[in-house]
Structures are given as C-alpha cells and as structure tokens.
Design a protein around this ligand. Structure first.
Ligand code: PMP
Length: 368
C-alpha cells in the first residue's frame, strides 16, 4: 500500500474512541424499553411541552444568546445571567471548556470511571487524559489531587458521577477545590445534581460564584426530561463564561429548546415530583439488589437516577443483561470503561423496576 494522499486525521483525533450511546434494541434487533440512557421516566413537564409546541416559526434563527433562558435560570438559582452560558447539551460545554483551557501537551485530570466524554474532550484538543484511581467507585480527593502536575490545565468531576452514581459531599468538594492551583480549571459537571436531596447540596454553585477557576455545568436532559432538545448550561467566573461564548456555536440552542427550557425552569413542581419518584424507586430497587447479596449482587450507593449493580457471584453482568433484554429492557453494560461485571440501570417506573428486580432474582437464584 502506498502513502495516503488524502487529508491526514490528526493522530490525537484518530486515538479517540467514539462515545457509545445507550442501546434501545436487543442483540437480535428487538426494540426494548430503554433504561440505558438515564432519561426521565415521568417524561417532560406539560408546561414545557406546551411551550415547545407554541414555537411556530422554524424559519427564523433562535436568540443567539438564549437571553430569556439565562434570565430564568438566573432567577431560579440566584445567579447573574451574564455569568451563565447555554450549550447544545452540557456535552458542548464540557468540550468547549477543555478546548478553551487545554491544548496539545497539556493534561486533563479526572477520576477512574468518570464520565466517558472527559476522555474525548481532552483528546480532541490534543491534551493528555490523566486518570486518578477511584475509591470504592467514587472520587478519592487525595488521589485526584496527587495527579495534578505543572501541565494540568483542567480537572473534571461529575457530581453525582455517571456511571457509578457516587457523590462527593460538600466538604470534600471544598477540599478538592482548595487543593487545585488557581490557574487550573475545575469543571463540576452536575448533570444529575437535581436528583440529590437539596439538603445535601455539594456547594458547587457557591464555588462557581466565588472562585475564579470553577465552571459548573448542568443539563436539561435528565430531571427536566428534555434530552431530545439538547440544552445545557454552565456558570463560572466572567472570564470563563467569556471564553466559552467566543467558541460556542452562534445559535447553539434551538428556538423550541429555549422555549421548552424556560417553561421547564418555571415548573419546579415537576422537578420535585421527579426527584421524589426517583428517590423512592431507587431505594426500593437498591433494597431488592441487597436482598440478592448472597448471590453476589451489590449496588454502588447512588445519588443519581440510576444504579450501578455489581455482579460478583455466579451470575455475570453479560448474562444478566441478556436476561433483562428477554424481559424487554435495555440497560447499560460498560466493559469498555473497565466495568465488565457491572450494569448501569436507570430508575424507571415502579412497574419497570419490579420487572427488572424480578428478572435479576430469578437469574441469580438459578445461576451456578
Ligand atoms: N455529564 C454527565 C455526567 C452525563 O451523564 C451526561 C449525559 N450522559 C452529560 C454530562 C451530557 O448530557 P447532555 O449533553 O445531554 O447535557
């Protein structure tokens, strides 16, 4: 074979493993109920759906600055809207943060089992991902701080984390921030933060308001039930927000997305109902898993809308996933993320969780 004359993909781009989305079909192509993408089983706020449907004009560009949405978010969270930037999902903001603050040869640090987009976000700008060891599937603050070198430019932390559901409490997050040099950006990715009991808030928004090196990101894809509209938002010091505004897409949130998100922000009753549902069903599901402890099943403690179930007995994660698919459900197996004997299961409706628990119990009892 001769030397290729086509355009040469940058080697750091060629090294990227593309994001693997949660499946909605079985191995043999049957459609399954999706408990594999951490979507809201209660759907979307009715007010948000109505606001989305009220947008009749698709010919006009959306507000490039998502002005009214930033005002609504500012009101809800007590933040100056000038310090808020919206994105095409929070994924866009995570990628922009890496791009704005890290480049070729720089390092981007996060914890093992951290959200898979951090690896892509680091590599796409030529930076080197540095992965700290976990502690019980969660963040070990000392281990993460020990990874920071002169070359570290960005630290990513998902709180709660996906796919483990683990949560770093307020005091530990403060300790992490205190240990990070002022010229390193700490990104606290709070995609699942609304599922945490407000009494246990991690204090990230206060850090973003007070510190010069913190970006906090949120999404409308999870508790707000608007994953199909692709809307995220972030807040931090003016210099951070300014950097992201320079490089984001000029019309990066659609008209329907902005309208739906504004109405969703104003419907906190839907958010509270979703949080309450999730908490009750997660507790019930974790109890069902704990009852199978003698068969080697274990649930990693979760503050999110999913549970990582570990398979340490005769029943393997791969076999369990097949059995759950036979019962009609897709869940997430993450061998590529170093979790060959685990399944991440999104909290669905009560009936769905009963189906999954029943399938797991019969498989665990039958496995030898
Ligand atoms: N952060 C975490 C931890 C996530 O799990 C996800 C969704 N999988 C995202 C960010 C991105 O979500 P979105 O782009 O839909 O806002």
């Amino acid at each position: 074979t001769g030397v290729s004359t086509g355009p040469q993909v940058k080697p750091w781009i060629a090294a990227i493993h593309a994001y693997v989305p949660g499946k909605s079909k079985s191995a043999d192509g049957k459609p399954l109920v999706k408990l594999s993408a951490n979507e809201n089983p209660l759907g979307t706020s009715a007010a948000a759906m109505a606001a989305r449907a009220s947008i009749a004009d698709a010919a006009a560009y959306p507000d490039p600055d998502s002005t009214a949405l930033r005002e609504a978010l500012g009101n809800l969270h007590g933040i100056d809207p000038a310090r808020i930037v919206c994105g095409t999902g929070s994924d866009e903001l995570l990628n922009l943060a890496a791009q704005a603050f890290a480049g070729p040869g720089d390092e981007v640090a996060y914890v093992r089992y951290g959200f898979s987009v951090y690896d892509i976000a680091a590599r796409r700008c030529g930076a080197v991902p540095v992965v700290a060891p976990d502690r019980d599937f969660g963040t070990d603050v000392d281990a993460l701080l020990a990874c920071i070198t002169d070359r570290t430019r960005v630290v990513f932390l998902a709180n709660p984390n996906n796919p483990t559901g683990t949560y770093l409490p307020r005091a530990e997050l403060a300790r992490l921030h205190a240990g990070i040099p002022a010229d390193v950006l700490l990104v606290v990715d709070r995609a699942y933060a609304e599922y945490v009991d407000p009494a246990d808030d991690d204090g990230a928004l206060a850090l973003a308001a007070a510190a010069g090196n913190v970006l906090v990101t949120h999404t409308f894809s999870k508790i707000y039930g608007l994953a199909g509209e692709r809307i995220g938002w972030g807040t931090g010091a003016p210099g951070i927000v300014d950097a992201l505004n320079r490089i984001r897409g000029p019309f990066n949130v659609t008209s329907t997305g902005q309208a739906a998100a504004i109405a969703a922000v104003k419907d906190q009753a839907f958010v509270e109902a979703s949080r309450a549902h999730n908490r009750a069903e997660r507790e019930r599901f974790v109890a069902a898993i704990e009852a199978l402890g003698n068969h080697g099943l274990r649930a990693v403690p979760s503050e999110a809308n999913f549970v990582l179930v570990l398979f340490e007995g005769a029943l393997t994660a791969a076999a369990a996933m097949e059995g759950i698919a036979r019962a009609g459900y897709a869940v997430r197996h993450l061998p590529g993320q170093g979790l060959p004997q685990a399944l991440r299961i999104t909290i669905g409706t009560a009936a769905q969780m009963d189906d999954i628990a029943r399938a797991l119990r019969s498989m665990a009892e039958a496995a030898k």
